[in-house]
Design a protein. Structure first.
Length: 140
């Protein structure tokens, strides 16, 4: 990944994250990959205006990159709902004030540990993935 692996937290940066998060959440209509691509899982940009959680996260990362946020400071993450154990994807942004999450399910930008999820894996700056220790998972 290119660029710095962390960005300075500023009110302007948070406003940018919030605006992109809310805009993409509004613009991209949810649909399952099985319905749209006849595949269980297919990661792609939601150019049709439809997509699932990872497609939405990819779109947010693409837009933020175009707006000057370093690609190296953004990471895809796979999570599981603490309530339902359903798999989900979010975009993480590494800042000087912590790791913030951009989630299709809310327009609010939250620190990663405030989300109702257990983290399964996340992208590293080198593009590889690291897994989280599932022994630490909690349920509601």
């Amino acid at each position: 990944m290119k660029g710095p692996t962390i960005v300075e937290w500023t009110p302007q940066k948070m406003n940018l994250l919030s605006a992109v998060n809310a805009t993409v959440n509004l613009e991209i209509r949810f649909t399952l990959d099985m319905i749209q691509y006849d595949k269980e899982e297919f990661w792609t940009y939601p150019i049709s205006g439809f997509g699932d959680c990872e497609d939405v996260a990819l779109e947010k990362r693409s837009r933020l990159t175009k707006l000057g946020v370093p690609r190296g400071a953004m990471r895809m993450a796979i999570v599981r709902s603490k309530e339902t154990l359903a798999s989900h994807a979010v975009l993480l942004v590494e800042t000087t004030q912590g790791t913030y999450a951009m989630d299709r399910r809310t327009d609010e930008i939250l620190l990663w540990y405030r989300l109702p999820y257990n983290f399964e894996a996340r992208e590293r700056p080198d593009g590889n993935w690291e897994r989280f220790d599932q022994v630490l998972w909690t349920l509601y």
